[in-house]
Design a protein around this ligand. Structure first.
Ligand SMILES: *Cc1c(COP(=O)(O)O)cnc(C)c1O
Length: 424
């Protein structure tokens, strides 16, 4: 019997529409999902999996949340795209700006990639400077200038950058190890007056999960202020995920520009960038920085995002503490089980996201992440999959918990971890 994946490979490069999905680093064939409810994915062969990928981030409420589904259905019955303004984009902008005080104005786009690309253009225009600092292993989408040492997908495939990008396009992208305050200081000493912005994931989720060391984000902010550069937080993954107000509320740091995506689209394609009014008003049609999008702010995406964010806000105390408690229990179990079996592991988590490296030394940057045992990860991944638990199919992706994950799922997952680790 020809599998769907075999057919797909004749029709799409690698059989996929996004590289990590191809299972190249873990082996075997990707899941073909036909439905998803709550914490579970159902595949085309009627198997069920507890899902820790959550659509790579958006599904914070779990799959097919009735209010989100209803919001999309109601809007779909009113037409699919208008090419003009709609009330829901105003409502979602109101909600986001009320939750994130650093965002006075925002522009909706269709992906995180697009948002990061526009944020860089805006930062360069606002500062009249060319250079961008990014951190090795941080991913900001696949736009040319930012596809330098860019984490997960590229890392999984062993492509640190990509052919097809002229040197001229990346020569103003400076790449520094995450959590290395000294390297950052040196970079500003050499290039300070040319640096438009530091662009970073305040909590890295695209080289596994790596948290910022105490003081690191503050150093970023201080240097930006000292050199009149802009601080850009890519909160596509962390926004409304690690806390309602994102990493910026958790660490008490207000970036100049914030990049959003994933959760704010409730599962539909989305991105956004936001910041102070005078910066954002540099965008067309008020200012000269051009940016546009046929489907930007479309009412279906806005409806899904609004329904999701409204629930996150209304239930924030219960939701975020539940995500914390669940994630912490799972991570603690993983840690103690590994310890008992003498398996070297590094587990990190923030709110409803976590990551683990099979490594005997702490992981604070990309270089250290690359020293982890990815063969062991692949073995662990397959064993978890066989027991009905779906982890991201790469050692360099973060795992996500949703509000639909409860005691039953936690127990099942812990049992699977015990079995999988004992078999390593
Ligand atoms: C997912 C992600 C992106 C890219 O978003 P797309 O919608 O896939 O283009 C950018 N930055 C971060 C931190 C992400 O996690």
């Amino acid at each position: 019997m020809t599998t769907l994946f075999a057919t797909a490979q004749t029709l799409m490069p690698g059989g996929v529409n996004s590289p990590v999905r191809a299972f190249q680093s873990v082996g075997g064939e990707p899941l073909y999902i036909t439905g998803a409810q709550g914490a579970y994915l159902n595949d085309a062969s009627n198997r069920q999996f507890i899902d820790y990928v959550g659509g790579f981030g958006p599904m914070i409420l779990g799959h097919s949340h009735p209010e989100v589904v209803q919001a999309i259905q109601e809007q779909a019955a009113q037409g699919l795209t208008y090419g003009t303004c709609n009330p829901l984009e105003v409502e979602l902008a109101t909600l986001i700006t009320s939750i994130m005080p650093s965002i006075e104005m925002l522009r909706m786009v269709n992906s995180g990639t697009e948002a990061a690309m526009t944020a860089v253009r805006l930062a360069r225009a606002a500062t009249k400077r060319p250079k961008i600092i990014k951190f090795t292993g941080c991913y900001h989408g696949h736009t040319d200038a930012l596809l330098v040492a860019a984490g997960s997908g590229a890392t999984t495939l062993g492509i640190p950058s990509s052919p097809g990008i002229p040197d001229a396009v990346t020569q103003d992208t400076l790449s520094i190890p995450f959590n290395d305050a000294h390297a950052l200081q040196r970079c500003f000493q050499s290039h300070g007056r040319d640096i438009a912005a530091i662009l970073l994931e305040p909590i890295c989720g695209n080289m596994g999960l790596i948290t910022p060391q105490p003081g690191f984000l503050e150093t970023c902010q201080t240097l930006c202020r000292e050199y009149d550069s802009l601080l850009v937080f890519d909160e596509v993954m962390t926004g409304f995920r690690v806390a309602l107000g994102g990493a910026q509320s958790l660490y008490g740091i207000q970036p100049d520009i914030t990049i959003l995506g994933k959760i704010i689209g409730g599962g539909l394609p989305v991105g956004a960038l936001g910041g102070r009014r005078e910066l954002m008003e540099m965008l067309a049609p008020v200012g000269p920085v051009y940016q546009a999008g046929t489907l930007s702010g479309n009412h279906l995406t806005m409806a899904a995002g609004l329904a999701t964010l409204k629930i996150c806000q209304a239930k924030s105390a219960a939701l975020y503490s539940q995500l914390n408690v669940y994630t912490k229990a799972l991570c603690d179990y993983m840690q103690t089980t590994a310890q008992r079996l003498n398996i070297p592991i590094q587990v990190q988590s923030v709110g409803g996201m976590f990551g683990f490296f099979f490594s005997d030394s702490p992981v604070q940057c990309y270089e250290q992440a690359c020293q982890s045992d990815t063969k062991r990860f692949a073995q662990f991944f397959q064993s978890m999959l066989a027991q009905g638990v779906y982890l991201p199919p790469s050692a360099y992706e973060a795992c996500f918990v949703s509000g639909a994950h409860g005691d039953v799922e936690l127990r099942h997952t812990c049992d699977a971890i015990q079995q999988a680790m004992a078999a390593l």
